[in-house]
Design a protein around this ligand. Structure first.
Ligand SMILES: Cc1cc2nc3c(=O)[nH]c(=O)nc-3n(C[C@H](O)[C@H](O)[C@H](O)COP(=O)(O)O)c2cc1C
Length: 398
């Protein structure tokens, strides 16, 4: 094995097995060596040839091939991470009970590296007390089990049980590898994250908006869920998919966002205001489209929106234990950030330098995390890694 991270990709026998091919592609493209280990049932869905061609490696399907290399032990020992996509109800049950009757379950039992499961099954199977207990057992052993998404399942059924998007699984895999595992340090915590940018309407078709895509807020929600939190995402006009497993509340304007965040954060442990909330809105909103010609407006009078972060930070008994703000600044960044932390009264302020190609609409970000206790510099990195740095800072305050 070379110096590139070695991922064992287990594929169990669910209808979503074909999506494992996309995860595999994404991981090989980002420079990972991937060995695919399908179960016997998985091979009913996708042929070994597809996995071999996409991974560029032989595909081992049973413990009786190449016995002299003791594959049932070697694979788990050599892996930097074992990922199972999709993890069937059956596979979760076997893994939770330490069964080792095929190559994948043997590998899971010998692996001492981080293990990540992406379950997919019908809602009834996912919600059965046996599966719930198996997932809890695997988490108690330190495995990361991603909650499935809600949506269309096989046939006409819908509900929780759908495999999260392959891009999301691949992103989480890279996270876990980069950090050498993920702690479940937000287990039992309820967190609220706002994401995206608000739209302040002038008339039914026009609005004042901003360039926030919601990527950073979505990364915060996804990583919090992966670290065990119960997550509510208040989503303002996202241009990316919300993560699987989070409760999503859709909002459009600053006023709607304020109402949703205040309601959802009652009794929460952490609130992170990553959304770009408009400071101002048009003083009036026309019920019909504003027309050109006589009497057309030459300026747009604005009024100030309430400051949701200040409201959250100054709540009495209902205040979340940790309130986190985001500040986007273009110049004199640190001085503005320090002044903002004092003025807002929040516990942490994540200070972003924004501008062309930095911060907005891209997958990477650099920031300083300010608190009254000190400053943590996070050099340009993925938005997921910045999100983890924020959760690290939050955890020390819980
Ligand atoms: C068409 C079809 C689709 C299936 N989809 C799923 C699924 O999405 N999730 C699941 O847990 N089991 C699913 N199963 C059942 C599993 O294939 C079965 O439990 C099998 O024993 C799993 O073996 P494995 O865990 O060793 O891969 C499906 C079965 C069939 C025939």
């Amino acid at each position: 094995m070379g110096s590139r991270p070695h991922v064992v990709l287990g594929v169990a026998g669910g209808i979503a097995a074909y999506k494992a091919c996309e995860v595999l592609r994404s991981l090989t493209e980002s420079g990972h060596d991937v060995t695919v280990v399908p179960t016997g049932a998985a091979l009913h869905f996708v042929g070994a040839a597809t996995f071999a061609a996409l991974s560029g490696r032989p595909v081992a399907t049973d413990v009786w091939t190449g016995v002299h290399e003791v594959p049932h032990v070697r694979l788990g020992q050599s892996a930097d991470l074992v990922l199972v996509v999709p993890a069937t109800a059956d596979l979760l049950a076997k893994a939770a009970h330490g069964r080792a009757d095929d190559l994948l379950t043997s590998t899971l039992l010998t692996a001492r590296c981080p293990v990540l499961y992406a379950p997919a099954m019908h809602t009834e199977m996912w919600q059965h007390p046996a599966t719930v207990a198996n997932v809890a057992t695997l988490r108690s052993y330190g495995a990361v089990v991603i909650d499935p998404a809600s949506g269309r399942l096989t046939g006409a059924d819908t509900g929780p049980g759908r495999l999260p998007e392959p891009a999301e699984i691949a992103a989480l895999t890279r996270d876990v590898l980069a950090r050498g595992g993920l702690p479940a340090d937000l287990a039992g915590r309820r967190v609220v994250v706002s994401a995206g940018g608000t739209r302040e309407h002038l008339d039914p078709v026009r609005y004042l908006g901003n360039r926030s895509s919601g990527r950073q807020g979505v990364a915060l929600a996804r990583t919090a869920a992966a670290r065990g939190a119960e997550v509510t995402l208040v989503a303002a006009n996202l241009s990316v998919e919300p993560p699987a497993g989070a409760k999503v509340v859709l909002v459009l304007s600053a006023a709607e966002l304020r109402e949703a965040v205040l309601a959802e954060s009652a009794g929460a442990d952490v609130v992170v205001m990553a959304a770009a909330v408009a400071d101002f809105r048009p003083a009036t909103r026309s019920e019909s489209k504003i027309k050109k010609g006589e009497g057309e407006p030459t300026s747009v009078p604005l009024v100030r929106n309430p400051d949701v972060l200040v409201e959250l930070a100054s709540r009495g008994a209902d205040r979340a234990t940790v309130v986190v703000g985001f500040a986007a600044e273009t110049d004199d960044v640190l001085a503005h950030g320090r002044a903002k932390l004092a003025a807002k009264g929040c516990d942490l302020l994540v200070l972003n330098r924004v501008g062309d190609g930095v911060g907005f609409e891209v997958d990477h970000n650099a920031a300083t995390i300010l608190s009254t206790g000190g400053e943590v510099e996070v050099a340009d990195t993925s938005k997921d890694q910045l999100a983890h740095a924020v959760w690290d800072a939050v955890v020390t305050r819980l």
